[in-house]
Design a protein around this ligand. Structure first.
Ligand code: NAP
Length: 355
């Protein structure tokens, strides 16, 4: 938890821009200096303190979010910062810490509309993990997966940015939770988070475990890996089971992107006899749920009922991540499979410095 002093507004600041459409994030983006824009009456200028790294940062630079978008365009989905300048209609005070999900968040400063600002009691980096990552788990499990007490929920990439919250929120609902991961240290952590059955898929075959220990199948899958993992999950759905397609990370660092697996043509045969379903989820289609769910998650965290695992890269070769330049390393780190929890990058209070 850190307290910050209000700052003067500079004439220019630096931000990451996508200049070339590719999933290779380093080749797609560069850091550029821009003039600090004039604010509209509902806008606020925020000095960025922390930004969140997401698997889909490479999808955004690859033009998979909006194929009609032409470079250059700014990038980054979420951040925490403090208000340093505001338009005439903005009611929040200067120095107010805020959280926001807004395209173009990877900058030393960022202009947001006051509608996008979620005021925070203090500048606490854990809150950042509750935005894209926490909200995706919170909204999708309830609204799309319709999880219920007593059901069995399988979470893939369970020790990741969003997986950690899916595990905990399903436990809070009273579900039996299975989590997948690839290392022993992640497995130990998932146990601590309350996972009932952890499958380190480097040591155990997930399909074998599910067939042997869960012969009835699983009721809900929070699936974000894709490829073979997706197929194994579909094959092990229970009657009336629901698989939420959260992501397809195994395809993101290739030209395939969200391309489906080779067995997708057999889906009717695998779903119909079980009345099972596959349901897509995209957070930014659920704007009405965002603020109420964020408040619920903030309360759970503040009441010590929800843990926020944060990874600033301190255990990686290039960490801890500090400054815009570190965003490239942080994206690589997410794809190294070594990160645990939500990857964040701190943006120094004095731009360009290590302070
Ligand atoms: P993350 O889970 O923190 O990081 C990646 C983790 O994924 C790795 O540590 C690794 O964990 C696992 N993984 C499995 N196969 C992988 C592969 N081939 N390459 C890299 N990682 C692999 O990342 P995140 O940002 O929270 O995103 C997780 C997923 O959720 C992504 O698919 C993302 O697109 C999705 N997502 C979707 C939404 C939405 O609105 N639909 C919102 C947020 C995130 P193990 O090694 O332990 O398996």
């Amino acid at each position: 938890m850190t307290l910050w002093r209000p700052m003067a507004v500079p004439q220019t600041f630096r931000r990451l821009m996508v200049n070339r459409i590719t999933y290779k994030f380093r080749e797609a983006c560069s850091i550029e200096s821009v003039k600090t824009p004039k604010l509209g009456e509902n806008d606020m200028l925020v000095k960025t303190r922390f930004v969140g790294i997401n698997a889909s940062d490479v999808n955004f630079s690859a033009g998979r979010y909006d194929p009609s978008k032409k470079p250059p365009f700014s990038t980054g989905f979420e951040g925490l910062g403090e208000v340093v300048q505001k338009g005439s209609n903005v009611t929040l005070p200067l120095s107010q810490p805020v959280a926001y999900m807004s395209y173009g968040a990877f900058g030393e400063y960022h202009v947001i509309n006051q509608r996008e600002a979620i005021p925070l009691p203090v500048m606490n980096k854990e809150f950042l993990s509750l935005l894209v990552s926490g909200l995706t788990a919170g909204i999708s499990l309830e609204k799309t997966g319709e999880i219920k007490k007593g059901e069995t929920v399988l979470v893939t990439a369970a020790a990741g940015g969003t997986g950690q919250f899916a595990v905990q929120l399903a436990k809070i609902t009273g579900c039996h939770v299975i989590g997948t991961c690839s290392t022993d240290s992640k497995a130990a952590l998932l146990k601590e988070l309350g996972c009932d059955r952890v499958v380190n898929y480097q040591k155990e075959n997930l399909g074998d475990v599910l067939r042997k220990e869960y012969p009835r199948g699983v009721d809900v899958v929070y699936e974000s890996v894709g490829g073979e993992m997706f197929d194994t999950c579909v094959n092990n759905l229970a009657q009336n089971g629901r698989l939420i397609v959260i992501g397809w990370i195994s395809g993101y660092q290739s030209s395939k992107g969200f391309a489906t697996s080779k067995t997708s043509s057999s889906l009717p045969q695998r779903l119909l006899p079980k009345s099972a379903s596959i349901r897509g989820f995209f957070l930014f289609n659920h704007s009405r749920e965002i603020k109420p769910t964020a408040m619920k998650l903030f309360e759970l965290y503040t009441a010590n009922k929800l843990k926020c695992l944060i990874d600033n890269g301190v255990n990686s070769d290039k960490g801890p991540f500090l400054g815009l330049e570190s965003i490239f390393d942080a994206v690589d780190y997410l794809y190294s499979k070594n990160s645990i929890g939500k990857i964040i990058v701190e943006i120094p209070s004095v731009p360009g410095s290590k302070l």
